[in-house]
Design a protein around this ligand. Sequence first.
Ligand SMILES: Nc1ncnc2c1ncn2[C@@H]1O[C@H](COP(=O)(O)OP(=O)(O)OP(=O)(O)O)[C@@H](O)[C@H]1O
Length: 237
Amino acid sequence: MTTLVKINNLNYRKNNKTILHDVNLTLTTGHFIGLAGANGAGKTTLMRLIAGVAKNYQGEITIAASSDEVMKKAAVSYSDELLGFNNQTSIEDIVYFYQTVYPDFSQTRYQELAKFLKLQNKDRLAVLSKGTKERLIIALTLARQVSLYLLDEPFSGIDVMSRKQIIQGMLNWVSEKATVMISSHHLEEIANVLDELVIIKGQTILEHRSTEDILEQEHLSIENYFESLYKGDEDYD
Ligand SMILES: Nc1ncnc2c1ncn2[C@@H]1O[C@H](COP(=O)(O)OP(=O)(O)OP(=O)(O)O)[C@@H](O)[C@H]1O
């Protein structure tokens, strides 16, 4: 196991508000990691910071021992919301853009993913349902060949049956050496593929633990363990 992400004493403020405080986290290669927390806990912010999209933080974030922003972007594939594209842009145009911008984008892997996720090349963003747009984002994110994949709430609009298939499929699509971090409000659905769980609460990392350890030591499902840590909190329903 090699260290892939190292975060030391990270503090992040936005508009005079502390979003993340004194975050320390080490992630190693070859793991599936769940990122959990209540609404507004800071999951998206943490992913944006690791991906190099959010800037102006205090502390240190290194990916594969590098803190260089260009190197970080080359090592991390982050599920982008596709906000920069006009509604009339077709899927094939977006794929072409990804191919041009990311030298690690695999056209072969994208075609496999697109087939599995039932994406139609000619469809324009305007006609895509929420679930189909999420499928496209998953395909684009996983078609890159990188060390770290960050998937932020990738399945919220996808029906339960398809979610299960996609979650299992992910194990085949990414290299064994890569690490995948997924944030989700449906922990029970991803629990069986997770090696580790990271929980954000109180603007920092409350827990970072292996799922095996949770199951053996706590005798609780991953979902119930997460809920037990938030029990009694007004900010979690
Ligand atoms: N531009 C901003 N200015 C000020 N506060 C912000 C800004 N963007 C996000 N926040 C705040 O940062 C906190 C963390 O937000 P973030 O989106 O990272 O949470 P999250 O855990 O991903 O939430 P959710 O589960 O609802 O997606 C929230 O309290 C949010 O209101």
